[in-house]
Ligand binder design. Sequence first.
Ligand SMILES: Cc1ncc(COP(=O)(O)O)c(C=O)c1O
Length: 362
Amino acid sequence: MSVYRSNLKNMQPYVPGRPIDEVKRQYGLSRVVKLASNENPLGCSPKVPEAVARTFAEARLYPDGYCTELRQVVSGKYNIAPEQLVFGAGTDDVIAMLGKIFINPGDEAVTAQTTFSQYAASVESMGGVMVYTPMKDYGFDLRAIVKSITEKTKLIFVANPNNPTGTYHTAEEQSWLMENVPGDVTVIFDEAYREYVTASDYPDTWATLKKYKNAVLLKTFSKIYGIASLRVGFGAMSAETAAQIEKIRCPFNVTVQGQAAALAALNDTAFMEKSKGENRRVMEFTGRALTEMGLYYIPSQANFLMADVKRDSRAAFEALMKKGYIIRPGAAFGMDTFLRITVGTQEEMEGFMDALKEVLAV
Ligand SMILES: Cc1ncc(COP(=O)(O)O)c(C=O)c1O
């Protein structure tokens, strides 16, 4: 018999994108471009390093675990009560905390078959069962999600836009979902890529939160804000749910550096606008280049594209890595012939498309 909790038996560790230095060493490359983890290729606001540098004078002190100043600023920006916010070491931390407060062994949560893996980790680590619904046009099928609800269902996880497919659901679809989910099932909308969205019918989830106590909204500073290494994300929810999380939150879960960086990043709207514009422009370039090669890609509202290269994605991944480009093989998500490609800079994508042509010509 194992000394460890039984539910760990079927869990697998998260597989992150390959680190640049490791790939450089392995293949003797001087330049490696990482297009694997949906980070911002433009970096972060120039105000961030200045703000972070100032914190080191007091590095000996624990952070303010309640993130008081950041909480105040986020509360004002999104017009939400400060006590409705929970900050974490990335959204990952908030996702894990949601599992801890909602899931008893045997409870169920529902999500789509092809989505962000940490939802399942949050549920399964607590002995819960993740129920998966099939994809519809590569996106979430919200009707199938509602049909999968049983008396054991506690949580629904919806990524909007979805990772890895980049698909989204509309405001109308979100209203329908909330109308058809029982009030004792909590619906978590993960909007990690929201700032990249250009679709005009995308939902206003802040309004959804005001209307439904059982809605949760997740946001991150790791994507358009460009501070993934500093690990800051947050959730907005009912004050009652946030108060439950406070009981289990690690007291100093967000670093002083992360908080200072998030504050500086939030204030630099010009950097955000630039990042969004560049992403859209370079994504359109990449889409056109893929189409010219006769390759299908899933239309994306995020900062990555899922392209069908019509061959084993792991082999294509290895071959691209040897040429200095790290992407994510679709096989990691059960989409064997697809590659998930983060949109880099124009120059990076031009190089990537050349490398892809060479790899696929073999
Ligand atoms: C949909 C989605 N949610 C959450 C995260 C986690 O982000 P964070 O860096 O805030 O933990 C990611 C990261 O890739 C993501 O794709």
